[in-house]
Each structure stands twice: as structure tokens, then as C-alpha cells.
Write a protein that binds this ligand. Structure first.
Ligand SMILES: *Cc1c(COP(=O)(O)O)cnc(C)c1O
Length: 368
């Protein structure tokens, strides 16, 4: 039995429900305008996204998962093609590949982070590879600059799944600047939240047109095939409001993370590595641990009111799930990463007292 905490128990929520004064007025104003996905309300949201992320094109999409489907289509992924991705991401990233009839090929992560390992990438790239997807987890940047170079050299588009990473940067630029197609989710749990929703950023005008056309039924011209993945205007209005508050939200997350780390002193627990030049948005703070039994540590935190994404989602390498098992390719680095970590919520609704509680709880932990 791990020793119980000496502190009175608190319950920390990992759910952050942002609510801004502007939300209601912007959504109400949009009620007098078009409400469909072709409304000006949506184009204004797309323009605001393009400005915020310094991207020449933003395409609003109905969800983050749909954004990946649209990006794969735009990248020219066809049935039988191979799409390379790390196995340490949610099922949400691999299902769109399977839906496209393509084959997910797993590439291992680096030893100390969730980015695709270049040496292993070399092993899995084949003439059938039609796209590479990299997935920075919980907002911590991966070496997307190096991946961009590799993808260009082999002539394959780099798709970034940035569902966790709104506002994360590498060398002062948004992570999306390094992808041919960058997919975001604005699901209610994500840093920019519109309930359901997503968007794609790209500086490539041809890819942008392909995304736009495909997600709008090929503009119903009867020549270009497409499906309907448009984002409705009400969600777009909410997104426009919340985008204005994103920087302040991320600043509050950073302050909470700093407070927590200033109190954390357990010898077997440290913050996950931030790569040189990288800045996380602190969607979650992630910890690397060196316990014999990490699961017991996560259970201890959970019993004491601190939830973990690892436990909530049963995070494991994707090929461990029955629906994906046929694509198994063992990725020891990725397995080790997921088995030696946990997540700590640092969202703006949490206080310094909450941060101190969580750090104190961890500092008091002894492996039984
Ligand atoms: C949430 C998430 C998605 C899916 O986004 P939805 O908007 O829920 O469809 C895809 N990839 C990752 C990494 C996510 O966290």
C-alpha cells in the first residue's frame, strides 16, 4: 500500500469549461446571419484562424477526426496506400486512415518524446507510403522541423495532428508551420473549444482547395467527388470568440505549470522533456516517472482526487487495441513512454492551492 497522503483530500477536475463574456454576444449576432457552413460567419472564423496561426489557408471542418479524413483525401491517400504514424496517439487518428481503406504503418517514437523516430521512419517508408502523420501529445512539441525535411526529401506530405497543440511552438513558429496539412480539433476538451469542431491549416493553396472542395461535397458540381464535413456557423462564432482569449488561457496554464513544478521534488518524477526551441501550450503537463509500477502511482493519484489521461483513456500503443491489432508493429520506445508517464491538469480553472496539493501528493508518494 502506498502511504496515504497527509493532506486533506481534494478532487481536481481535468475538465475545463471555458466561458467568456463575448461568447453569447458573438453567437447571438450570428443568429441574424447565415447558419450553414457556407456562411460569412464561418469565413470570418477561418480568416481569424489564419491570422492567429500565421497560415495562408484555414478550412473549418466539422470535427478533428473529419479534418484528418479530409487531409488524407487531399494528400491523395487511396485504398491500399500506406500511411505512417506513431502508435502513441488516440484511436481518433488511426480510424480515419482505416476508413480511407489505407494501411496504418506504425513508426516508433523517439526514446524521450512522442515524435516519430527518424531511424525507424527510414525502416518503414516504402514506395506505397502516401503520407506521414506526426502527433505531438498533450501539447509538447515534437521535432517537426526534422520530419518536414525528411518528408520533403522522400516527396510525401507531412500531416500534423495538432488536436492537443493549439499555441505550441517550435523555434518561435506555430507547429502547423512545419506541416503540409495541420489538423486541429476544437472538441470541448481541447484548448480551443467549440463543442464539436475542427480545422485544417496549410500554406499550400492547391492542398487548401482540395480540402475545401472535398469537405463541401465537391461543391456539388457533379464532377468532383466530396462529402459534407463543413463546420456550422454557431460553432464558428463560438470559435471566433474563444480564439481571442486563447493566449490568456495559455498564459494561465503556464503559470499553473510553473507553480506545480516549483513545488515538485520527488526524485522519481520529472517533467517530460521539452525539445530545444520548443514551447508547450500546457494542454496537460506531462510527467516522466521511474517507478517499478507506474500504474500503482497513477491509481494513488486517482484515489486522491487527481485524474490521469492515461487511466481515463486506457492509453496504450494503438496496435494493442483489438480494432487495430492486425496492424501490429512493436514500438518499444512508444510503449515505454506510455508506461512511464502521467498527465497533470493545469487548466485556468485550477488554483495555486490545487497545484500545491498535486505536487504535495506526489512528493509524499513512496513505492510500496
Ligand atoms: C480529440 C482528438 C482527435 C479527434 O478530434 P475530434 O474533434 O474529437 O474528432 C484527433 N486526434 C487527437 C490527437 C485528439 O486528441
Amino acid at each position: 500500500m502506498p502511504n496515504p497522503s497527509t493532506q486533506p483530500k481534494q478532487v481536481i477536475s481535468d475538465k475545463y469549461r471555458s466561458r467568456y463574456d463575448d461568447d453569447l454576444s458573438i453567437v447571438t449576432a450570428s443568429l441574424d446571419r447565415g447558419l450553414s457552413g457556407t456562411s460569412d460567419v464561418v469565413s470570418e472564423y477561418e480568416a481569424a484562424l489564419g491570422r492567429y496561426f500565421s497560415s495562408s489557408n484555414a478550412i473549418a471542418i466539422s470535427s478533428g477526426g473529419a479534418a484528418i479524413s479530409v487531409a488524407l483525401e487531399a494528400a491523395g491517400v487511396k485504398p491500399g496506400d500506406e500511411v505512417v504514424l506513431t502508435p502513441t496517439c488516440p484511436l481518433c487518428t488511426v480510424y480515419p486512415i482505416m476508413a480511407a481503406g489505407a494501411k496504418p504503418v506504425f513508426v516508433d517514437t523517439r526514446v524521450d518524446g512522442f515524435g516519430a523516430d527518424p531511424a525507424d521512419l527510414d525502416r518503414v517508408l516504402s514506395p506505397k507510403t502516401r503520407a506521414i502523420i506526426d502527433i505531438p501529445m498533450w501539447g509538447y512539441p515534437t521535432q517537426v522541423d526534422e520530419l518536414q525535411k525528411i518528408a520533403r526529401k522522400v516527396g510525401v506530405p507531412l500531416i500534423l495532428d495538432l488536436a492537443h497543440s493549439h499555441g505550441s511552438t517550435l523555434h518561435g513558429r506555430p507547429l502547423s508551420a512545419y506541416g503540409d496539412l495541420s489538423c486541429f480539433s476544437t472538441h470541448e476538451r481541447k484548448p480551443l473549444a467549440t463543442g464539436e469542431g475542427g480545422f485544417i491549416l496549410t500554406d499550400n493553396n492547391d492542398l487548401a482547395k482540395r480540402c475545401r472542395d472535398y469537405s463541401r461535397f465537391g461543391n456539388l458540381n457533379g464532377r468532383d467527388f466530396g462529402l459534407n464535413f463543413k463546420l456550422g456557423a454557431l460553432a464558428a462564432a463560438l470559435g471566433t470568440s474563444r480564439l481571442q482569449h486563447l493566449d490568456r488561457q495559455l498564459e494561465a496554464r503556464r503559470k499553473n505549470a510553473e507553480r506545480f513544478l516549483s513545488k515538485l521534488s520527488h526524485p522519481s518524477v520529472r517533467e517530460s522533456t521539452l525539445i530545444p526551441g520548443g514551447k508547450t501550450n500546457y494542454y496537460f503537463l506531462t510527467l516522466r516517472t521511474s517507478f517499478a509500477n507506474n500504474r500503482r502511482f497513477i491509481d494513488y493519484l486517482d484515489e486522491n482526487g487527481v485524474p490521469s489521461d492515461i487511466k481515463r483513456y486506457g492509453c496504450k500503443c494503438l496496435y494493442e487495441f483489438p480494432a487495430v491489432a492486425q496492424y501490429r508493429r512493436n514500438c518499444p520506445n512508444g510503449e515505454r513512454l506510455l508506461n512511464t508517464m502521467t498527465t497533470i491538469p493545469v487548466h485556468p480553472a485550477l488554483t495555486e492551492k490545487d497545484m500545491d496539493y498535486m505536487a504535495g501528493l506526489i512528493n509524499a508518494y513512496r513505492e510500496g
